[in-house]
Design a protein around this ligand. Structure first.
Ligand code: TZP
Ligand code: MG
Length: 214
């Protein structure tokens, strides 16, 4: 699948740690979100999770199959080998993960590339890498979904980073129904979210509300 910035509009991120380590609940919620109209999904299974490497691989394959059914791109967090193995559409790489140039080389043009940046220096460095498709930027606000999250950027700094970046940017971290419109006004291409969707009592209605921003 070829990258298009519209894919960033409603970009759901998650793993079983976001549904109390319940794989069935996780798959059901992701499927409801796909039906309701998310524009991309990233499988992010964290170390705190109880899943084995085999179980993660099986989960990734199911998500890729689900993504195909709904024509929604699937990114794998921080594991280019797994992304290639399961036929995912892309890989997302953080600053502390495998070196971006190494990931790009391994992906060999077969995967879309997302890269986390949250300082001006990181954004400028990413501007020099044409293979990067989008930048994930955050946390914008405080979040409980990432244990090693950096301090919150706030909207002004997010807007500065958006203006500095030549790649499209997706905002992440603490985005909810009350602040999402303000986040979008900074000029980002989309909203990346975990708990607003995966903790919602009504995922379909939550996604309908996000859709109305566009
Ligand atoms: N990276 C920066 S913040 C974050 C990640 C993965 C977690 C975002 O989760 P939530 O629940 O949308 O705040
Ligand atoms: Mg990572």
């Amino acid at each position: 699948m070829k990258f298009n910035p519209q894919m960033l509009q409603i970009y759901l991120v998650g793993g079983t740690q976001d549904t109390h380590h319940d794989s069935y609940e996780f798959l059901d919620k992701v499927e409801e979100a796909m039906q309701a109209g998310i524009t991309a999904f990233q499988y992010r299974e964290k170390d705190s999770s109880t899943m084995t490497a085999d179980a993660r691989l099986i989960m990734a394959r199911r998500l890729v199959e689900m993504g195909k059914r709904y024509s929604i791109p699937i990114f794998i967090d921080d594991d280019v080998e797994m992304a290639l193995r399961v036929g995912a559409d892309g890989v997302h790489v953080g600053q502390d993960d495998e070196q971006i140039h190494q990931v790009i080389e391994k992906a060999n043009g077969k995967l879309m590339i997302g890269y986390s940046c949250n300082t001006p220096a990181e954004i400028k460095a990413a501007n020099q890498i044409p293979e990067v498709d989008y930048i994930g930027c955050g946390p914008v606000f405080e979040t409980t979904s990432k244990q090693d999250a950096d301090p919150a950027l706030g909207l002004t700094q997010l807007q500065n980073l958006t203006e500095l970046s030549t790649h499209p940017l997706v905002a992440i971290g603490g985005i909810n129904l009350d602040n999402m419109a303000a986040v979008l006004k900074t000029g980002v291409s989309g909203l990346s979210i975990i708990s607003m969707v995966l903790d919602s009592q009504d995922i379909t209605s939550t996604i309908q509300q996000i859709k109305q921003l566009y």
